[in-house]
Design a protein around this ligand. Sequence first.
Ligand code: G4P
Length: 537
Amino acid sequence: MTTAGDSTESGLIKREANRRRTFAIISHPDAGKTTLTEKFLLYGGALGKEAGAVKARGGRRSATSDWMALEQQRGISITSTVLQFPYRDRVINLLDTPGHRDFSEDTYRVLAAADAAVMVLDAAKGIEPQTLKLFEVCREREIPFLTFINKWDRPGKAPLELLDEIERTLVVEPTPMTWPVGIPGDFRGVIHRSTGVYTRFERTARGSTIAPEEEVAADDAEARDGEWWTHASEEVELLDEIGRNVDLKTFLAGESTPVFFGSALTNFGVRFLLDGVVDLVPSPAPRVLADGNRRALDAPFSGLVFKVQAGMDKAHRDRIAFVRVCSGRFERGVTAIAERTERQFSTKYAQTMFGQDRDTADEAFPGDVLGLVNANDLRVGDAVYVDQAASFPELPAFAPEHFMRARVKDTSKFKQFRKGLIQLDEEGTVQVLRDQDLGDQAPVLAAVGPMQFEVATHRFTDEFGAEVELTATPFTIARRTDEASAPKLNAMQGVTVMARDDGTLLALFESRYWMDRVLKDYPELTLERMVAEGGLN
Ligand code: G4P
């Protein structure tokens, strides 16, 4: 793109979009996502000179995304945050995906706003169950991903074994960008494969400052690191021979993954990974619209709502819609239109996020993420725009596999209960399904993972002041159906048709066996699969 000397508005937007790298980190809990995020910020200069602000450890102050009491009790990260920081001459937007296995639906939405992902593996554990599930989400969304093999400072698997595991399990070709010198547990440095340069790292105390690096010439390397160096260079030769080189085309198609070795804790290899993000992750491209056309980057402002979150912190009891900018220049204060309701809303309080600290966003470009405060009309999947209408393809709904009936404990709190139902449904915390006869008296809450119920129960009490009682239901699986099929399904035993607020009808079955029978015996009935049924949790 040659927009360097272009002083027009269009030139500015394209230039700024070109500088953006918008990606998410995916990993199995404990592989090191939080540590790596922290170190990215350190290398991006966003933390001053010391790491330690993302997650409070050992009494350090928290500027964390751990915002809910529940989250703190459990010590896990279940919400997503957006972090923006500069690196080299680029602007990095890091979308934090929820770490808990139950939140794959949420993760999917975050990945809908990302242009790429970084998959973090623990060197001792390789591909873990959650990594695999998250990877499937990436594949479904066709987004390219880099792989960071973390914790190389500790004993772990051999590098070739890890490559083999990636290839076999994910059916993706691993193409190492760096290669480790030293065994896991005695990590000396990495060889950068495209330049052949050997970079030796030095530890700093708990990795709180940038790791000193030294470029070592081949002759020197042998003298200093002896057999580790010889062994690593032989392996690099082998990789060259079998053509395991980073290839942009297959990377962008999700068929190969550039691999980096490192240790987030000691900062080894973190800079190479960030360089990889800048050099390989694609900048925002014109977004596909619902009608199949693409919206040019320099078209008027448009954005995709990928997450709606309430109660971010106790001091600001508000609701934030997270919007990924897809086209144009966003300017704070502009009156935007919410596509679904066609209502106008003010963007006076648009924000960008840094951990819990909020900054006012005066302008934003494609790839950036805005937090729109109190934009109560917005739901996940909605488009927002100015001047020229935009509508994005529907985000797929996940097949819930857990179903609980909800009742308010104190009937005088029914109004609060209803308010909670509407809001939690809109945010996608749980799906709310209603019986035609019972309506809001005893709706069924449906979830992809059971942990969503805990979050919902907690929020009913804490935020809406309506304690709820959840009781088990016999349902185990759901399929999407329609008005024509509903009466027949409802008349059968072991099946109940319930409705979502948006009118979608779901047939809930008590067993998969029974569902399969119905599918076979009544092929004329509509029973559509939803995304990732049985695949993601
Ligand atoms: P997560 O967000 O993916 O769940 O992982 P997180 O970064 O919280 O890391 C999980 C644990 O792994 C932490 O230890 C962290 O210090 C450790 N860790 C992360 N990266 C590395 C690495 O490169 N090398 C080694 N050796 N350890 C690493 P913890 O004991 O749970 O916490 P803490 O007591 O260290 O704070």
